[in-house]
Design a protein around this ligand. Structure first.
Ligand code: AP5
Ligand code: MG
Length: 222
């Protein structure tokens, strides 16, 4: 059973690695950021409110975020595993998740923290381009994962854009939110005995190989 949290600062590669993990292991990808962006694109009240926080780089309030995760994690497709990307981000969310996963008997099995330094995060965010087509949402990087045709999505042909919160101002606030509110969760999950750290500075396929090693540790004969 793989009930995973993938953690890391903005731009560490959570979305990129999530895509590879769900493809290999066939578990649902639960990204709170993606869920809020979809809600914003659909123009729902929750989406409009969330967009105000997101575009400013601030965290969406705990009660809203916990409610959407609670609903999603309780769905039948999460019974055989799930991958949380970008949740929890506060101690309140982590405690709520612990209660919820106990209630629904889907306890966490792995917490993987992607490590990357600030300069690399800034470069990755500045060179990220995303597909605005909500039924596609593919993500690229001008340096490390360029589209085949300049400025166009490989999958659906839409013009690629910069994510609304990938401005230098918003990124600065996101990083501060990470340092102040999310970073303490590393110690929280270390204490729980669940934490595994992975070097996120390596190439995308090398990072993925390290994650697979965490999820499928080599058999120890001794
Ligand atoms: P969210 O969408 O989760 O954004 P984030 O945490 O800031 O992280 P990113 O998605 O920017 O980065 P990533 O780690 O996924 O990196 P990626 O793989 O794309 O959240 C957005 C907002 O939603 C939050 O700010 C908040 O407002 C709200 N929100 C979400 N969850 C919330 C919660 N729990 N509570 C409250 N509010 C919440 O990679 C980045 C770039 O680098 C890409 O271009 C990629 O191609 C490239 N790249 C990836 N890996 C590598 C590599 N190994 N080498 C070179 N390039 C790489
Ligand atoms: Mg992401």
């Amino acid at each position: 059973m793989l009930n995973i949290i993938l953690m890391g600062p903005p731009g560490a590669g959570k979305g990129t690695q999530s895509e590879l993990i769900v493809k290999k292991y066939g578990i649902p990808h639960i990204s709170t950021g993606d869920m809020f962006r979809e809600a914003a694109a659909s123009g729902t009240e929750v989406g409009k409110k969330a967009a105000e926080y997101m575009n400013a780089g601030k965290l969406v309030p705990d009660e809203v975020t916990i409610a959407i995760v609670k609903e999603r994690l309780s769905k039948p497709d999460c019974a055989n595993g799930y991958l949380l990307d970008g949740f929890p981000r506060t101690l309140v969310q982590a405690d709520a998740l612990k209660t919820l996963t106990n209630e629904i008997s889907r306890p966490l099995t792995h917490v993987i923290n992607l490590i990357a330094d600030e300069d690399e995060l800034i470069n990755r965010i500045a060179s990220r381009r995303v597909c605005p087509n909500t039924s596609c949402g593919a993500s690229y990087n001008l340096v490390s994962k360029a589209p085949k045709v300049d400025g166009k999505c490989d999958l659906c042909g839409h013009d690629l854009i910069l994510r609304d919160d990938d401005t230098p101002e918003s990124f600065k606030v996101r990083l501060e939110a990470y340092k102040g509110k999310t970073y303490p969760l590393i110690e929280y999950y270390r204490q729980e005995g669940l934490l595994k750290e992975v070097d996120g500075l390596k190439a995308i396929d090398e990072v993925f190989a390290s994650i697979v090693e965490v999820l499928e540790p080599p058999y120890d004969c001794n």
